[in-house]
Design a protein around this ligand. Structure first.
Ligand SMILES: [Ca+2]
Ligand SMILES: [Ca+2]
Length: 357
C-alpha cells in the first residue's frame, strides 16, 4: 500500500510506484492477469465530510521473461465518479422540547403555556377537560404560546406534544416526528390546580347517566319559604336504588335560626314517608345545603325511567324571610322541570350530576 501526498482543491496527477518498485512483494504471472489484478483506492482523509474526485487511474505493469499471453492494458475511466467518503445520513438528533413552568394553583380561567421546540410546526396541549393547538414556525427562540382553558375547581394534568417539520441538513432530510412531554423543562409535572369557584364553569356529564331536574315551586325570592321540587332521571340501562342517591340544594340562610324540612308530595314508593331532608352548614359559595335522601323502601328508579316529582319545602324556625336571589341552586326561571346543574346528585357519596358551588 502506498499513501499519496495530501490532496487540495486543485486538480493534479500523482504517480505511485516505478519500474523497479515491486510494492514490497514477489509477483507471479497468475496475479498479473486481467482477471486477477486489482487496484484499491482508499481515502484516508481525517475529514469524513469531504468529497474527493478521482478522474482516472491507469496501471502500468513492468515485467520480463515469459509473461502471460494476454497483455495487460490500462483502461482509463474518464467519467467523473465521485468517491463519497460519507454515504449514509447520520441519525437525526432529537430536537429540544422545553415547556416553561406553569402557574399553579391559579384562579384564572385559562393559562398561556410557553413551549419551545426546534423546527416545530404544531404544538398541542391536552388536559382532562380539553385541548388547544397552535401552528406556526417555532424554535427555541420563537416559542409557541398555547392558551388552554381551565375548568373551575379542578386539577389539570397537561401533556404537551410538538410536531417537528421536515428539515434538510447536509443533504439529508429529517422530518415528521412528534415529541411529547408531561413535565416542564426543569422536570416538574405540568399540573395546574384551578381554585376559583366564582367563575362560571361548564359541565359535561361523562360517566353518569343520572341527572336531576328542578322546578322552583315558589319564585318569591324574599318570602319565608324555599320550595324546590326535584325529579331524578335515570338514562342508564339498569335500575338505580333511590337509597343510594342524595340530592343537595345549595343556598344561604340569612340569620342563625334552625330550619325545618317538609316533603309535601313524592311519586316514589311510600311517598314522603321515605323522603328525608337535613341541613348541612358549609363554607364557601353557599353557606348551607339541604340534603334530600331516601329510605330503602323507596325502591328503585327503573332503567330509562325517573323518580317522578319530589316536592320539598323548608323554612326557618322563626319564619323569618330568606333572600333567595343569588342562592346557588335557586333559579326562578325554572317554573317547569328542567335539568339543572346547580343542584347536585350523589350516588353512594360520589358526585354524579351537577357542579358544586
Ligand atoms: Ca321563596
Ligand atoms: Ca339566601
Amino acid at each position: 500500500m502506498k499513501t499519496g501526498p495530501n490532496l487540495s482543491t486543485t486538480e493534479r496527477s500523482d504517480i505511485l510506484g516505478s519500474a523497479s518498485d515491486t510494492w514490497g512483494r514477489t509477483w507471479n504471472t497468475n496475479e498479473l492477469t486481467s482477471a486477477n489484478l486489482r487496484v484499491r483506492v482508499v481515502s484516508v482523509a481525517s475529514s469524513t465530510s469531504r468529497d474527493f474526485f478521482l478522474d482516472w487511474l491507469p496501471v502500468r505493469v513492468w515485467y520480463s521473461g515469459g509473461g502471460p499471453t494476454n497483455t495487460p492494458t490500462s483502461t482509463p475511466t474518464l467519467t467523473r465518479t465521485p468517491t463519497p467518503t460519507t454515504t449514509a445520513c447520520a441519525l437525526p438528533t432529537p430536537q429540544p422540547l422545553w415547556v416553561e413552568p406553569v402557574t399553579s394553583p391559579t384562579d384564572q380561567t385559562s393559562q398561556v403555556i410557553t413551549v419551545r421546540v426546534g423546527y416545530g410546526d404544531s404544538v398541542t396541549v391536552t388536559h382532562e377537560f380539553g385541548s388547544a393547538t397552535v401552528t406556526g414556525d417555532f424554535s427555541t427562540s420563537n416559542p409557541a404560546l398555547v392558551t388552554v382553558p381551565l375548568q373551575a375547581n379542578a386539577t389539570h394534568h397537561l401533556s404537551v406534544s410538538a410536531h417537528v417539520r421536515s428539515v434538510t441538513i447536509g443533504g439529508c432530510t429529517y422530518s415528521d416526528y412528534t415529541l411529547i412531554t408531561t413535565n416542564d423543562r426543569f422536570g416538574a409535572p405540568l399540573t395546574i390546580v384551578q381554585t376559583d369557584g366564582t367563575i362560571t364553569p361548564t359541565f359535561t356529564p361523562t360517566a353518569t347517566t343520572l341527572r336531576v331536574q328542578y322546578r322552583a315551586a315558589d319564585t318569591n325570592a324574599g318570602d319565608n319559604q324555599i320550595k324546590p321540587h326535584f325529579n331524578i332521571v335515570n338514562a342508564g340501562t339498569s335500575p338505580v336504588p333511590l337509597s343510594e342517591l342524595k340530592i343537595r340544594y345549595w343556598f344561604t340562610r340569612e340569620g342563625t335560626q334552625n330550619q325545618s324540612f317538609w316533603c309535601d308530595w313524592a311519586a316514589i314508593n311510600g311517598a314522603c314517608g321515605n323522603v328525608s331532608g337535613t341541613f348541612v352548614q358549609v363554607g364557601s359559595g353557599a353557606d348551607f345545603y339541604l340534603e334530600v335522601s331516601f329510605a330503602a323502601a323507596a325502591g328503585s328508579i327503573a332503567a330509562g325511567g325517573q323518580s317522578g316529582e319530589i316536592q320539598t319545602r323548608f323554612a326557618k324556625s322563626d319564619w323569618s324571610n330568606y333572600t333567595e336571589t343569588g342562592d346557588y341552586s335557586f333559579d326562578p326561571t325554572k317554573t317547569s322541570f328542567a335539568d339543572w346543574t346547580h343542584v347536585t346528585l350523589y350516588r353512594k357519596g360520589v358526585l354524579v350530576w351537577g357542579i358544586e358551588p
